[in-house]
Design a protein around this ligand. Sequence first.
Ligand code: HEM
Length: 510
Amino acid sequence: MAFFLSAAFVYVVSLVLLLLLGATRRRRRARAAAKTTRAAGQAQGRLTLPPGSLGLPFLGETLQLYSQNPKIFFASRLKRYGAVFKTHVLGCPCVVVASPEAARTVLVSRAHLFRPTYPPSKERMIGPQALFFHQGDYHLRVRRAVQGWLGPDALRALVPDVEAAVASTLRWWEGRRDGEASTFHTMKRLTFEVGVATIFGRGMPEHVKEELRRNYYIVERGYNCFPVPVVPWTRYSQAIKARKWLGAILSDIMSERRAGGDGDLGGDDDLLGTLMRCRDDGGAALSDDQVADNALGVLFAAQDTTASVLTWVLKFLHDYPKLLEAVKAEQMAVYEENDGGRLPLTWAQTRTMMPMTNLVILESLRMASIIAFTFREAVEDVEYEGFLIPKGWKVMPLFRYMHHSPEYFEDPHKFDPSRFMVAPKAGTFLPFGSGVHACPGNDLAKLEILVLVHRLVTNYRWEVIEPSDDVTYSPFPVPKHGLQARLLRATTTAGGAEEEDGRRAPAAAA
Ligand code: HEM
C-alpha cells in the first residue's frame, strides 16, 4: 500500500513538475516569439502589435476578465507576455502597460498622444465639460484654476473647515445606536462636507446643501449602473434626472452670486468663485455649464476616493496596535501643544508634526491602491519600444500592479509604513496618477486624513465589528461591509492579543 501511495505521489509530483515546466517553456516561447516578431518587424521597417491575445471575436477576453479575480487575469498575462501586452475587453482593443517607464510614456512624456477616455454614460453623468475628459488648452485653463484653488494657501485657510467637518462627523458617528456605523459611509459624510466647503465656501444654507446631497447620492447610485436611459424607473434614468437638478441648483447659486452685484462671484474663498472668474487669453469666461460640470466633477472626484482611503487607514490602524500607539503618541504631542485640544490645529502642525501618520497614509495608499488603473486612448498610431499602439486603441497603465510588485516594493503584501522612510523608485508609486491629469486634490485628501486621525486617536477609540480581510468594491475597494465599527469616547484603551507581525489577532479585535 505504502509503495502504491509513494508511486502515486511520485507520479503526481512528476506530472505537476512537467506541467510547470511546460508552462514556463510556453511562457518563454511566447516572449521569445514576441521579441523575434518585433525584431523582424523593425528590420522590415514596420511595427508589430504587442504580444497577447485579442480573444474571441466581439467578446475578446471580457469573459476571462470577469470570470476570475482581475488580479489573476492581469498577473497571468504579465507573466506570460511581459510588462506591455494586448488584450480586448469590454468591446475595446487595449494595450496594458505595467512598467514605470511605459506608464511615464503614456501619462507624462508623450501624454499629448494619449487622450483621457471614459464611457459616454459616465461623461454624461459627471458633465461632459469636466476637465477629466479634455486635453489641450481648455483642460490646462480649468486645471490651473482647480490646482491653484487646491494649493497650499487655500488649504491653509481650509484647515478650520476640515476640523469642523471632522468634529461633526465623529459626533454623528458617536450618536448612532451603540455608536455603530459603516466606517466608509461615515467617511463619505465627511468627504461630502469638506467637498462642499471647498467648492461652495462656508455660507451655503443648510436646505441647499441638503438638496445638493440628496440629488448627488441619486447620481452616485446610477453612476455604475448599466445605462438604460429610455426606461424612467431605472437607477440610471433617475440619476440623469438628478444630475439635471444638480445643474439647476448650481445655475441658481451662480445667478445669485452675480446678482450680489459688484462683480461678486463668491469672493476669493471657494472653487466655484475661482471657476466663475477663470478667463482665457482673450478674456472669455467659462460658460455656466462648464463651471457646473467642473464644480460637480471635483465633488465627484473628491468623495469616494478619499472616503475609501480613510476607511483603509482606520482598518490598518485598528489591525496594528503598536502602530496605532506610535501614531497616538505623535498626535498627543500636537494635542498637548494645542492646550489639550482647546486651540485649533494649524496647517504647519499637519505638515511638520505628523511624520508617522504620514507614513501610514502612504502605505495605506499603496496597499489599497484604490485606483488600480486608468484609461487613455491613442490619438494616432504610436510606436512604443518597437511595438505599435494603433490609433483608437485604449491604453491602460496598471498602478496597483506596480504598487504590489516585489520588483519595486520588498515584501509587497506586508503592511509596513517604514518602507516609505526611503522614497520609492521614481514612477513606481502613483496613487494619484502622474502627468497632466495627475490628481490636483492629493494634498486636500491627505489633510482630511491627518485631521481625522488626529481627532480620532486623541478623543476616541473604535472597535471593528467582525473584523475580516474581505474586500468589497463600491466601485473602489473597501473593507467588507464598509468596515462596520463602533466609536467610543477614549476613556479606556482597546487591548487585544497580537500576532507575530504586530497585527491584532482577529478574535481579540475589540
Ligand atoms: C485619496 C484620495 C484620492 C485619490 C487616491 C485620487 C486619485 C486620483 C487619480 C489616480 C487621478 C488621475 C486619474 C487619471 O490619470 O486618469 C485623479 C485625478 C483627479 N482628482 Fe483625485 N484622488 C483623490 C482625491 C481627490 C480630491 C480630494 C480631489 C479634489 C478636491 C480630487 C480631484 C481630482 C481631479 C479634479 C482629477 C482630474 C485631474 C485632471 O484631469 O486634470 N481628487 N485623482
